[in-house]
Design a protein around this ligand. Structure first.
Ligand SMILES: NC(=O)c1ccc[n+]([C@@H]2O[C@H](COP(=O)([O-])OP(=O)(O)OC[C@H]3O[C@@H](n4cnc5c(N)ncnc54)[C@H](OP(=O)(O)O)[C@@H]3O)[C@@H](O)[C@H]2O)c1
Length: 327
């Protein structure tokens, strides 16, 4: 049994190593799971680099979500060998096998696309919650987001479309408009200094009360300048590596609010029933194909360095996933 592990923070492709790891005997109520698919998310590479908001004790196995197949259970349990289940969040999923409390395991809907299901637990709820927790846009109203071709951005386009909410989608490179419009995007704009003006032209001056920002730095500033008086910018990532900026014109003279969102905090405080209802709704939408993230490539665990290198390249065609055990 193998795991990708790191014992020091640094360049992800340099600090990661594949090691032998014995999961040890199962305790009563535990299940042994073989990992079928687990994505590489920006939070994983930021953790490896040592710049994420919370960092693990080292050595550590990265990976926070995925799907796997139950191999063995000890004692009575709600799952049996052969069942396909979601991996518990934050369980260090970049490995061939992991142990988990069987009671915590939730089944993957039968026949579902396993790569899509492996990406269900983090980005879809992030998109759904940011769309509704801060400002409650109604059908026909506008929201704006940057990094719109990211996985979160694509889920947000689809979720907004389902509710008739119109989206302005800011990307950092040309050539993405057709793809995002096919998902339901209303407007796709390249980021740049005159963004506020181009947004006004696209919406005919209609209010834009919610801005969703994964870029940080001057990306936040341009988004805040493009939203309407009294609007809210929700920052949830800093793909630029820079802290969010906001102009005095937006903050003081147009009363724009800058907020932050972190899914882990929401999960710490939201009632269990609300969490279960959200995940059930999103799992159904992913199973039906209403919600999808693009997949750039998959790699076996032994090629984790190549997988990390690809995940760190700009201009990918979607997510990079590890497939430690063949489905
Ligand atoms: N706060 C939370 O709870 C939470 C939860 C989930 C995700 N996130 C964050 O959400 C963000 C997106 O995650 P994801 O998994 O959806 O990402 P992803 O699918 O891996 O896509 C990354 C995106 O970032 C863009 N990008 C990369 N570097 C950039 C830069 N310097 N300036 C502008 N854009 C840049 C890429 O554009 P190109 O295609 O042009 O390269 C791509 O659109 C990440 O920051 C992640 O940490 C936060």
């Amino acid at each position: 049994m193998k795991a990708a592990q790191f014992a020091a923070f640094g360049a992800p492709t340099e600090v990661i190593q594949v090691v032998d790891k014995d999961p040890g005997p199962l305790a009563p109520g535990e299940a042994l799971i073989e990992v079928l698919a687990t994505p590489i998310n920006p939070s994983d590479t930021a953790t490896l680099t040592g710049i994420y908001g919370i960092l693990p004790k080292l050595p550590a196995v990265p990976g926070n979500e995925g799907v796997g197949r139950v191999v063995r259970v000890e004692g009575t349990a709600p799952v049996k060998p052969g069942d396909i289940v979601f991996l518990p969040m934050g369980s260090g999923t970049w490995r061939t096998h992991l142990k988990a409390k069987a009671q915590r395991l939730l089944p993957v809907p039968p026949g579902a696309d396993l790569l899509q299901m492996a990406m269900l637990s983090i980005n879809p709820p992030t998109a759904e919650l940011m769309l509704h927790e801060f400002v409650q846009p109604k059908s026909g109203e506008w929201v704006i987001q940057n990094a719109a071709n990211s996985a979160v951005g694509r889920y947000l386009i689809s979720l907004a479309k389902l509710e008739g909410i119109k989206t302005i989608n800011v990307v950092r490179r040309a050539g993405l408009a057709d793809e995002l419009k096919a998902l339901g995007a209303d407007v796709v704009l390249e980021d740049g200094d005159d963004l506020d003006q181009r947004v006004r032209e696209a919406t005919g001056g209609a209010p834009v009360k919610l801005g969703i920002d994964a870029v940080g730095g001057s990306g936040t500033l341009r988004l805040a300048d493009a939203i309407s008086e009294g609007g809210t910018v929700v920052n949830y990532g800093i793909m630029s590596g820079k802290a969010p900026l906001i102009s005095p014109a937006a903050l003081i003279f147009r009363n724009v609010t800058l907020r932050g969102f972190w899914l882990a905090l929401w999960m710490r405080t939201a009632p269990r029933e609300a969490q279960a209802a959200l995940m059930a709704k999103l799992a159904k939408q992913v199973a039906e194909g209403t919600l999808r993230a693009a997949v750039d490539a998959t790699f076996p665990l032994e090629n984790v360095r190549e997988a990390l290198a690809r995940s760190l390249e700009g201009g990918r065609d979607g997510k990079v996933l590890l497939t430690p055990v063949k489905a």
